[in-house]
Design a protein around this ligand. Structure first.
Ligand SMILES: [Zn+2]
Length: 220
């Protein structure tokens, strides 16, 4: 068995009623067909979770998946059916069901018990400018998850999290004016991030990823 250190959560970006009434296996077969059409050798995800909470196996766990460019080797990909039209800062229940919530938490707990080397549970949107899975995984799980240490989770306008609060406090300490440290990444915080990035000679995009986090939390 390969070494697994991380679970990455996705969604299928299908509508809530997509293939309603069909068995989970038929939906999985459809997703597999999309992935084969993209040139994958098999479905990209290891598990898929249907709207009613049914958990289906995708690609065998011992095989490396195809779900996040550059992050497939030591990871397991789990995908939730649904999420069409979601944004990366929606609440879990805006796009997914209570049954999916229970099944996903149970599956993640089981996998962590089975693979103790798992250190991270993340969302696709932490690695790419995508909404997928349509919520912030760390907030949903109630954990602060550090990606690309010593940086933190990438945050940008619209993000709401403890990481945003840390960002706001750090910007204030560094003489910028991000507004109240309320954990909500709004226009003032974005302007303060851009001012900080400009002062550091970084790309002035207002997005706080590993490089900007490193500059913020590094040597004062
Ligand atoms: Zn994804």
């Amino acid at each position: 068995m390969r070494t697994i250190t991380e679970i990455i959560v996705h969604c299928t970006a299908t509508r809530a009623d997509w293939m309603a009434g069909y068995p989970t296996g038929s939906k999985v077969a459809e997703v597999k067909a999309w992935h084969l059409a993209r040139g994958f050798s098999d479905i990209g995800y290891h598990f898929l979770i249907d709207r009613d909470g049914t958990v289906a196996q995708g690609r065998p766990l011992e095989l490396i998946g195809a779900h996040v460019a550059g992050h497939n080797t030591g990871t397991i990909g789990i995908s939730l059916f649904g999420g069409f039209g979601s944004t990366e800062v929606d609440d879990f229940f805006d796009n997914f069901t209570a049954e999916q919530d229970v099944s996903a938490r149970t599956l993640i707990a089981d996998l962590r018990a089975r693979f103790p080397a798992i250190k991270l549970v993340t969302g696709h949107n932490q690695y790419a400018a995508k909404a997928c899975p349509g919520f912030q995984v760390s907030e949903w799980l109630g954990e602060t998850i550090v990606v690309n240490a010593p940086g933190r989770v990438t945050v940008r306008r619209g993000s709401r999290s403890d990481d945003v609060r840390v960002l706001q406090e750090t910007l204030s300490l560094r003489g910028h004016a991000p507004g109240q440290a309320d954990g909500i990444f709004g226009g003032m915080t974005e302007a303060a991030v851009k001012a900080f990035q400009m002062g550091q000679g970084l790309t002035t995009d207002g997005i706080v990823g590993p490089v900007t986090w490193g500059a913020l939390l590094g040597a004062a």
